[in-house]
Design a binder for this molecule. Structure first.
Ligand SMILES: Cc1cc2nc3c(=O)[nH]c(=O)nc-3n(C[C@H](O)[C@H](O)[C@H](O)COP(=O)(O)OP(=O)(O)OC[C@H]3O[C@@H](n4cnc5c(N)ncnc54)[C@H](O)[C@@H]3O)c2cc1C
Length: 418
């Protein structure tokens, strides 16, 4: 018997008409089988960090929460793998790993509430993406329940597994529309002995372009190449004055010797002549700054935040377009990876048209896409704003969706342009 609780408005986005809180994968199977028979829409919910704030839910949907599937199932730390329920929070996962001097080197904002399943379903990553990669590089096994209520697994508990079709990658970024992830096995890494954040003042987009080009050609191996600009970053302006074009951060991790060498000589010897990198000003703590770079996109504000994914070489030109059309916007660019978060200063309605007329075409010009990342609660978004420009694989996606969820009950409307 499915136990449905009536929704208390404050708890979750208004769109949910009921909540179910299963305690096992078996219960999830029965819930979905009954929902498929009734044609009842189901949305898997983790920490509800993104839902209702960039990820819209169709009216009358039932929230299927994963919060009770939050246990560590297996952690043979000498193998550097861990298996956990999809409802475990990222903070709890990292706490367990830290006890053995290990970590999942993927930054997730609001980690106290964001869950592993939610981070995977939204392909969440942060400042360390450049050097440490994304969840695609760490998810080695996954178990999920599809829209028919059937459980399937992909990958395994060993780092090198050749078990057929790579379901792990298919569910990364699927936003709850293909299956409900119940359990995940991750490859994890040792915590670095030390880390270092350097910063340089950037005067204009030419200097930014030249510095990124020299970095790409240098022997340096930063884990982070983040560029920030706008009123929300004025305090970190390395030039100590408010209106410089922006600041470029280089983040390094490694042994104490490596960090000391990097601190003393990295930029001089590695041919980075276009910018002068130096340690953060004393008033800025590097761990706090790394956290700010991670949390910026997800901060709760009434403004609209867009995310653009473009070729790294296109970053300076795209940023110039943003600054021309919204000079008061604040932004953080994962400049080494071509991922840019833009918090518009304009009211949401104007920002949506700026997206359609300017930001999306500018991202398309750089072989990429641009969509809403964070929006005021329950702002109704057009498919173009929510998902960006439809791309060639949209049709392939629709047929995969048909296979995994023939009744279309899982997160209906997600990735749908109709
Ligand atoms: C478009 C977008 C907007 C975002 N907006 C914000 C924001 O405004 N504020 C913020 O703090 N962070 C935001 N984030 C980042 C968010 O913090 C991370 O994505 C976080 O990892 C979400 O985890 P969660 O558990 O809170 O997921 P939720 O918000 O609960 O769910 C996020 C998505 O993942 C799906 N999902 C959740 N659990 C599962 C599961 N077990 N199986 C299958 N699907 C699942 C949901 O159906 C939903 O589509 C956003 C991310 C994206 C991609």
């Amino acid at each position: 018997m499915i136990r449905l609780c009536v929704v208390s408005q404050s708890a979750t986005p208004a769109s949910f008409s009921a909540i179910t809180e299963p305690t096992s994968a078996g219960e999830i199977e029965s819930i979905i089988k009954i929902a498929a028979a009734d044609g009842r829409a189901i949305c898997p919910v983790g920490g509800c960090r993104a839902i209702g704030r960039g990820i819209n839910v169709r009216q009358g949907t039932t929230a299927l929460t994963l919060g009770r599937l939050n246990q560590v199932i297996d952690y043979p730390h000498e193998d550097m793998t861990i298996t956990a329920g999809a409802g475990i929070t990222i903070a709890e996962l990292q706490r367990v790993l830290a006890e053995k001097g290990q970590r999942l080197p993927v930054d997730v904002p609001q980690a106290d509430e964001a869950t592993l399943g939610g981070a995977i379903a939204t392909n969440q990553n942060g400042p360390r993406r450049y050097g440490c990669g994304t969840l695609r590089d760490y998810v080695i096994g996954i178990t999920a329940v599809d829209g028919r209520g059937a459980t399937f697994s992909g990958g395994g508990r060993v780092v090198k597994n050749v078990a057929g079709y790579d379901f792990c990658k298919l569910l990364i970024g699927s936003r709850g529309a293909l299956a409900v992830i119940t359990q995940v096995t991750l490859k994890v890494l040792p915590q670095p002995a030390g880390s270092l954040l350097l910063v340089a003042a950037i005067e204009d987009h030419e200097q930014l372009g030249e510095t990124l080009r020299q970095l790409a050609e240098s022997a340096l191996t930063p884990v982070t190449i983040d560029f920030v600009s706008g009123s929300e970053w004025e305090d970190v302006s390395a030039a100590g004055r408010s209106r410089c074009y922006g600041s470029l951060f280089l983040g390094f991790e490694g042994t104490a010797d490596e960090i000391t060498w990097l601190q003393q000589q990295a930029c001089q010897h590695a041919g980075i002549k276009a910018a002068r990198f130096k340690p953060l000003a004393p008033e800025h703590d590097q761990y706090e700054m790394w956290s700010r770079l991670c949390e910026f996109p997800a901060e709760e504000t009434p403004a609209l935040t867009f995310v653009a994914n473009i070729v790294p070489s296109g970053v300076p030109e795209f940023l110039t377009t943003v600054m021309q059309h919204d000079p008061s916007a604040s932004l953080v660019a994962r400049a080494g990876s071509g991922v840019i978060f833009v918090r518009c200063s304009q009211p949401a309605s104007d920002a949506v048209s700026l997206h359609a007329k300017t930001l999306l075409p500018a991202a398309r010009k750089q072989h990429g896409n641009c969509l809403v990342y964070a929006a005021p609660p329950d702002l109704k978004l057009t498919p173009l704003a929510a998902y960006g420009a439809p791309h060639a694989s949209t049709n392939v996606y629709q047929s995969i969706k048909q296979t995994f969820d023939p009744q279309g009950i899982l997160s209906p409307g997600v990735w749908n342009y109709d």
